[in-house]
Write a protein that binds this ligand. Sequence first.
Ligand SMILES: NC(=O)c1ccc[n+]([C@@H]2O[C@H](COP(=O)([O-])OP(=O)(O)OC[C@H]3O[C@@H](n4cnc5c(N)ncnc54)[C@H](OP(=O)(O)O)[C@@H]3O)[C@@H](O)[C@H]2O)c1
Length: 251
Amino acid sequence: MTSFSDSLTTASGLAEKVAVITGGSRGIGFAAAKELGTLGATVILVGKSPENLQFAVSALIDIGLDVDSICVDVSDNEQVLEKINQHSLAPQADILINSAGVMSEKMAKTLRTSTQEWHRVMGTNLDGTFNLISAIGPQMAGRKSGRIINVSACLGRFSGPGLAGGLAPYRISKTAVNALTKNLAAELGNGSRGVLVDAMCPNHTRTDMGGPDAPRSPEEAADTIVWLATREHNSKTQTGLLWEDRNIVPW
Ligand SMILES: NC(=O)c1ccc[n+]([C@@H]2O[C@H](COP(=O)([O-])OP(=O)(O)OC[C@H]3O[C@@H](n4cnc5c(N)ncnc54)[C@H](OP(=O)(O)O)[C@@H]3O)[C@@H](O)[C@H]2O)c1
């Protein structure tokens, strides 16, 4: 089996590795990109707003990281495929982090959710995750090497604080992201064919989405993402799971 971890255990860290991070222009995705870049990866930030992307790219270049960006609406399947394939490194990325996400309108109970709002949230959170996986996952499967980390949310779980009503498109999009994760991981042999696929809950975090009073910093939220992207891969590695603070939690 081709082991992704072979080169990770060298002194060069993530040198030569390429990470594509959707939502990399802000918040948790930006924090994950910064840490992976600091570990030596080439990071490719994916976002919708060119201004936010430019700001994020400049900030990472200023601290000496190897960074590029792709400006695309992740919900647009054709555009995602085109822009990823046009990039010299992105199609062969070693790490894919799907962090791009939008929150539902306030409350958004199911019976009060418009079709437009439903598609807005599903389009970014669920379709966006599928679109990036479609663009990059086949190459990972072909190489028998790669990491896919889908940023989910506790609100999408069937257990714990999960599906308790309200924020319907958001919660259900994240439940679907969990299902996509588990299903894809099974299709790829749950790690036995070199590709690890996992979902994670960052918890309530101080970002534009989480607000200024959230208890966690983006760096704390990104810790599990970076750990999943860089952890050892051997015959005992557990994958196809939902993680929180580096621990497995029920779906
Ligand atoms: N913050 C929390 O408390 C919390 C809790 C649980 C789960 N999460 C999840 O964590 C992930 C990151 O959240 P965050 O708090 O970092 O959010 P954030 O600060 O609002 O940042 C959202 C990111 O997603 C990008 N994005 C949104 N829609 C997009 C689209 N259609 N196409 C391309 N990029 C798009 C944004 O890019 P632009 O700059 O171009 O808009 C931005 O980079 C999300 O999936 C969220 O659901 C967050």
